[in-house]
Design a protein around this ligand. Structure first.
Ligand code: NAD
Length: 420
């Protein structure tokens, strides 16, 4: 295949003649540089999985500091601590996309694996294309059963769902559980959860474990059974369900949105805490709760809006801030998984190990594939997980919608060309 010998993932021995052998493929773990990011893409306990695949692992100094992971722990696990890790890497793993400056330091033909929200990062995608870097976006990993172990949206939503229930419990100035004591009975808190996907179900489970009475609503038909299986009451508004492709929600019409608000209003007014986690893939979060609905809540009520960063399910919520609407304190989520960097990093790192394992060509004669001299990074572009998550490769934007947004439609006549 043209250009294959040039690929830095499969070094020729001549690259390092003095070693007399092929240099192992180097995976770099980036130190996150975006404000507020505390997670790290690899944890010491999983470094051995990568060296076991035959990779060399280089970690930027202090990469795990905010997740309370010391350089020494990475070194003990078999990683190199290297301030030049990115410039010498064949594959760079990170949580957030690399900065444009870091992208310019990468070797041509290197690969990156990270979250890469293509709609917000168009200029970076163009940079990745221009420097000839192959990039994979974790949020684009298809949500098929074979890819479940690589699904970082789910692993991080689990963290967010747990965290927002704990935030609600911490902000609410009353018990979650029922307490029957000699001094009298204290009724449990009543929580309403809107959106019962991965995060919502985890929020429900956590509120239930804390003893609250939980009611939940989701537009998908399958959600009612999932809500009940968590021990919560499924709110039935007797509206049409909105099932989209791949088991996701569809966008609501204006009329249905208004009707849903009217029917939900009494449930929200009666709740001590409201947790919202609703999203529609690729779109701004749907507005489910107006400021007037929040104003009708009881004194001391708490609202936790996990969708704040993508527009908010609750009118007036602000990402990263607690605002006051009527009698309620409204907490807007901002990079919520980063508030639990240890477990969030560990789960994300396992997703990274699993996707790297998929992209590793096993050494011939070693079907198990964990020979120390193995480890060839060779993503199979026939595999739907590889193709689905690839944003740039070989100097091209491979994610079609992003390519079109950046470069325009393929068939568009170029300037000066006669229009038919
Ligand atoms: P998400 O983050 O896109 O949305 C969160 C929830 O909000 C969803 O349950 C959605 O139905 C709900 N929602 C959207 N609009 C709403 C509205 N107007 N009112 C109320 N609720 C609304 O979804 P997610 O949590 O990532 O996953 C959703 C579904 O996909 C779940 O059924 C989940 O089990 C499934 N899933 C499958 C896989 C897989 O097969 N690999 C992986 C992850 C999730």
């Amino acid at each position: 295949m043209a250009g294959h010998d040039m690929c830095p993932w499969t070094h020729s021995p001549s690259a390092l003649p003095d070693l007399g052998r092929v240099r192992p493929v180097r995976i770099a773990v980036a130190k996150e540089t975006r404000e507020g990011e505390t997670r790290v893409a690899m944890v010491p306990e999983l470094v051995g999985k990568l060296t076991g695949l035959g990779y060399e692992v280089a970690v930027e100094p202090d990469a795990g500091r905010h997740a309370l992971l010391a350089d020494e722990e990475y070194a003990e696990a078999g990683a190199l601590i290297d301030a030049d890790a990115l410039a010498t890497a064949d594959v760079v793993v990170s949580v957030q996309p690399l900065s444009p400056q870091a992208v310019r330091r990468l070797k041509r033909g290197a690969a990156t694996i990270s979250f890469l929200p293509v709609n917000q990062e168009r200029s970076l995608v163009a940079d990745l294309r221009d420097v000839g870097v192959t990039s994979f976006a974790m949020e684009l990993v298809p949500r098929i059963s074979r890819a479940q172990s690589m699904d970082a949206l789910s692993s991080q939503a689990l963290v967010s769902g747990y965290r927002c229930a704990i935030v609600a419990a911490g902000m609410l100035r009353r018990f979650f559980p029922l307490n029957m004591t000699a001094a009298g009975t204290v009724q449990p808190a009543e929580i309403v959860v809107l959106g019962a996907g991965v995060a919502g179900l985890q929020a429900i489970a956590t509120c239930k474990r804390l003893g609250a009475v939980v009611k939940a609503y989701d537009v998908r038909a399958a959600a009612a059974e999932e809500i009940r299986s968590m021990g919560a009451k499924s709110i039935d508004l007797e509206l049409d369900t909105l099932e989209g492709a791949g088991g996701y929600a569809r966008e609501m019409t204006e009329d249905r949105a208004r009707r849903q608000m009217e029917l939900l209003a009494p449930y929200i007014a009666a709740a001590d805490a409201l947790i919202t986690t609703a999203a529609v893939p690729g779109r701004q979060a749907p507005l489910l709760v107006t400021a007037a609905m929040v104003e009708a809540m009881k004194p001391g009520s708490v609202v936790v809006d996990l969708a704040s960063e993508s527009g908010g399910n609750v009118e007036g919520s602000v990402a990263g801030e607690v605002t006051r609407i009527g009698n309620a304190s409204v907490w807007g989520g901002k990079n919520v998984p980063a508030s639990m960097p240890g477990p969030a990093s560990k789960l994300y790192a396992q997703n990274i190990v699993n996707i790297l394992t998929l992209m590793t060509r096993k050494p011939e004669g070693d079907p198990g594939g964990d020979a120390a001299e193995g480890g060839v990074f060779a993503p199979d572009f026939e595999d739907e997980i590889v193709v689905g998550s690839c944003v740039t490769h070989d100097g091209e934007i491979r994610h079609e919608a992003t390519r079109e947004a950046i470069e325009g439609p393929v068939d568009a006549p170029s300037e000066g060309e006669p229009q038919s």
